[in-house]
Design a binder for this molecule. Structure first.
Ligand SMILES: Cc1cc2nc3c(=O)[nH]c(=O)nc-3n(C[C@H](O)[C@H](O)[C@H](O)COP(=O)(O)OP(=O)(O)OC[C@H]3O[C@@H](n4cnc5c(N)ncnc54)[C@H](O)[C@@H]3O)c2cc1C
Length: 372
């Protein structure tokens, strides 16, 4: 059931970048989850394109992380090599990319990043699923669930109750609305991200560029990425504006300033689209996956980076629905909804948690982001 149309939520404007962030390069469960998502996506895309008969614009390229502050540069030079990334001087970087900004003191080079189109991926999933018998209802909201003896037996819509053996809430930033259906709190908060799509006829970069560090007047985190459809994607701001929000001139200026620092030729580019979306950010920043506690047959999947991690999230969800468990990641504990009971009330803290994480590791983590 989709209340509007396919890919009408955050997915329509997410950048779809998949990468392994330095911040995640420890042995945490989240790092393991992130690592495995890259391989799942790689494996799944050819299969999905074949099943759906459409391209999802999967683009592989090396990456350059570009420091925006002295602290970021110092920290990158220490942490980068420790995590298998190469430190290049500004001149060495400009030998690879001659049109890179002249003030850039150096970069961290990574062999592999990927980008996929969120809307195309969604359409491909839908087509492939329909081919295998799934029925997809567009313009039809779920308004509740029918419970019997502690288990889900139906989903309510404005016109009917559809009998079912399992329900998966895949509602993005609207997931908290469904908490009442199950008698649980779902601590997810919208965090606005704005991005630009540019038309630019000058020389393009063969690397995905990601700034690191917070610089006044620049976007909070970001990327400059020359997409395979010819557009240049420039993103993304990160602002706590609640559910009501719109794109702003100030955000556009911050994005363009950052883009021109990284790739000066973009000063000549035309802004074709100025997009924004509401990222579903759980209170502790990690995705929420798996069973809804206390109700048999209820499941949830939401969180940030859900475009690039969709193959992994889908496998985890299917495992739980079909087998009641998963071995897709080494430990599910950090991702289960029930973790919030143990932590107490963190529902109002989503954006704060992200900010704190960035402040705690101000040089490398800031700006590296979990997305573009
Ligand atoms: C600027 C920006 C940059 C980003 N960059 C990246 C990136 O580089 N890589 C990455 O992986 N991620 C990125 N993201 C995040 C990513 O886009 C999101 O994590 C992802 O799109 C969330 O997908 P979702 O399906 O959970 O939610 P959504 O795409 O929001 O979908 C939820 C859907 O549920 C529907 N719905 C809601 N309530 C109901 C109901 N009651 N009944 C029926 N349907 C309902 C909505 O209509 C909507 O279509 C970015 C996001 C932004 C905004």
């Amino acid at each position: 059931l989709e209340k509007e149309t396919l890919a009408s939520g955050c997915t329509s404007h997410g950048t779809g970048i998949s990468r392994f962030n330095l911040r995640d390069a420890d042995n945490s469960a989240h790092a393991n989850l992130l690592q495995s998502h890259i391989f799942k996506l790689d494996k799944m895309i050819p299969f999905l394109e074949d099943e759906s008969g459409m391209s999802v614009q999967y683009q592989l390229m090396p990456g350059m992380s570009v420091p925006l502050t002295d602290e970021a540069w110092e920290s990158m030079q220490v942490q980068g090599p420790a995590n298998g990334h190469k430190v290049l001087s500004g001149d060495a970087a400009r030998q690879l990319e001659p049109h890179l900004g002249p003030e850039i003191p150096g970069v961290l080079w990574e062999p592999r990043r990927a980008r996929v189109s969120g809307p195309k991926l969604t359409f491909a999933y839908a087509r492939a699923a329909a081919k295998r018998g799934a029925e997809i209802s567009l313009g039809e909201p779920a308004t509740g669930v029918q419970l019997m003896d502690g288990r889900v037996v139906g989903v309510k819509t404005p016109s009917e109750t559809i009998p079912c053996g399992a329900v998966v809430l895949a509602m993005g930033t609207w997931a908290p609305e469904a908490g009442a259906w199950f008698g649980v709190d779902i601590p997810v908060k919208p965090v606005k991200g704005e991005a630009l799509r540019l038309v630019y006829r000058g020389p393009s970069s063969t690397h995905a560029l990601n700034p690191m560090g917070l610089r006044p007047g620049f976007a909070e985190q970001g990327h400059v990425l020359f997409r395979m459809d010819g557009m240049v994607s420039v993103g993304s701001t990160m602002e706590d504006t609640g559910y009501v929000s719109e794109p702003t001139q100030a955000a556009r200026d911050r994005l363009m300033r950052m883009a021109v620092y990284l790739w000066p030729g973009l000063a000549e580019a035309e802004v074709k689209h100025h997009v924004y979306g509401l990222r579903p950010i759980p209170a502790d920043g990690l995705p929420i996956l798996g069973p809804i506690p206390g109700v048999e047959g209820g499941f949830i999947v939401t969180g940030h980076g859900a475009v690039s991690k969709s193959a992994l999230f889908a496998e985890i969800t299917a495992d739980y629905v079909l087998r009641g468990t998963t071995d897709a990641v080494p430990s599910m504990e950090p991702f289960l909804l029930e973790r919030f009971d143990a932590k107490g009330d963190v529902g109002e803290n989503a954006f704060g948690v992200i900010r704190q994480a960035r402040e705690a590791a101000p040089t490398v983590a800031a700006g590296s982001g979990r997305d573009g």
